[in-house]
Design a protein around this ligand. Structure first.
Ligand SMILES: *Cc1c(COP(=O)(O)O)cnc(C)c1O
Length: 396
């Protein structure tokens, strides 16, 4: 089918939650994509941080092929070998003790919210059901996670929101401290706010939240749906802050392209999820956990967290070289989660980049976000920056 034919069919039959789009990709290899009309693109969006290994990494493809021929799905009524192996892999490389598997980031956060409430109840504080979250956060699209997401644009038309969430400004320890009361059970925060505009908190922020949690017996829940799996330069983002959360959520690049989410927790907290309290039919099924095991092993074998730092710094440096000639405010972020902040509307630039063969995304009108695969090389960065520069010349 041509792009036009795909677009016509999708417009007729798929609900219009994503708006009108111009492109339909049909094939990918490494950091490159091809659309239905045969045009090639450099993908610096990486499926919104899902394609950490690029497209169709041979290890992941082989693992999926092998598992698909063996066993696709059973049920969590039975033990699942690749699920157990994945749990061990995630835990051995973390400071947490046990995993719960689900299918997405929102579900991982939903599980964390339920676990925090259950843990408070088990400790004899059933009234302590409030979770403090941050302005400009993003935690998902279920009812609990849009409520946790402190941005009104996600709430409008879906009220009432769930009770039990308190919002404070991001990167504001004083406001957070002031919001704690006897009903608080947890603080939920992203390692870096990505959807919110690539907002990097101060050095001591996550550490400060840890202290507030310790002082008041609260759980620190870190939403690393977008930042885990090496993107910030450490396997989990929290490792670059030197702070250990009580509960950690992840999804996006965990499966190397297949849908899987996970919540990790300390053992004494995980113990609150007793049989019957939480479940996911597809959660951690053989296919996705086999893909995730191989994907993670590849991140370690190919040293991709270190590459994320190197390539991220190079990308940021190369873009900042364009500052004098174009309306660029700053380049912010960490590792391979980077935001190019423009002083003018950046949507036309993102569209021009796509025309010229570079896929990115414009967030919050002024920020071009880059979430490329972690295994890109200097040549890929040079190619991206050349397209970006050409597009800036054409737009400004
Ligand atoms: C994408 C994202 C989510 C939601 O994940 P889904 O898989 O879309 O449900 C939650 N939190 C953060 C930080 C995200 O980036």
């Amino acid at each position: 089918m041509t792009t036009a034919e795909i677009k016509e069919m999708a417009t007729e039959y798929v609900m219009n939650t994503y708006g009108e789009r111009d492109l339909a990709f049909v094939r990918g290899e490494g950091p490159y994509l091809w659309d239905a009309d045969g045009k090639k693109y450099l993908d610096f969006l990486g499926g919104l941080a899902v394609n950490g290994l690029g497209h169709c990494h041979p290890n992941v493809v082989a693992a999926i092929r092998e598992q698909a021929g063996k066993l696709l799905h059973v049920s969590n009524l039975y033990y699942i070998e690749p699920q157990a192996k994945l749990a061990k892999l995630l835990i051995d490389n973390s400071d947490l003790d046990q995993c719960f598997f689900c299918n997405s980031g929102a579900e991982a956060n939903e599980a964390a919210i339920k676990l925090a409430r259950k843990y408070a109840t088990d400790r004899g504080n059933p009234h302590a059901h409030e979770i403090i979250t941050m302005e400009n956060s993003f935690h998902g699209r279920t009812m609990a996670t849009i409520t946790a997401t402190a941005q009104t644009k996600y709430h409008i038309g879906f009220e009432p929101m769930l009770p039990g969430f308190t919002y404070v400004p991001f990167d504001d320890l004083e406001a957070t401290q002031a919001a704690v009361n006897e009903n608080t059970c947890a603080i939920l925060v992203e390692a870096i706010q990505s959807e919110g505009g690539v907002n990097v908190p101060s050095e001591d922020y996550i550490q400060g939240l840890r202290s507030i949690c310790d002082a008041h017996g609260l759980l620190l829940i870190l939403d690393e749906v977008q930042t885990a799996m090496g993107r910030l330069g450490t396997f989990y983002g929290y490792q670059s802050y030197g702070v250990v959360p009580d509960v950690l959520t992840m999804a996006k690049s965990l499966g190397g392209g297949v849908p899987i989410g996970a919540m990790l927790a300390k053992k004494h907290i995980a113990d609150s999820f007793v049989p019957g309290t939480h479940a996911a039919t597809f959660g951690g099924n053989p296919l996705v956990t086999a893909a995730a095991c191989t994907s993670i092993q590849t991140i370690f074998d190919e040293n991709l967290a270190a590459n994320a730092i190197e390539m991220g710094n190079y990308l940021a440096y190369e873009i900042s070289q364009l500052k004098d000639k174009f309306p660029i405010e700053e380049v912010r972020g960490k590792g391979l989660l980077r935001g190019l902040v423009m002083s003018v509307d950046a949507k036309p630039l993102a569209a021009k980049c796509a025309d010229n063969g570079l896929i990115t995304i414009c967030t919050n009108d002024y920020v071009i976000r880059f979430l490329p695969p972690l295994n890109i090389t200097i040549d890929h960065v040079d190619e991206a920056v050349a397209i970006l520069k050409k597009s800036m010349v054409e737009v400004f």
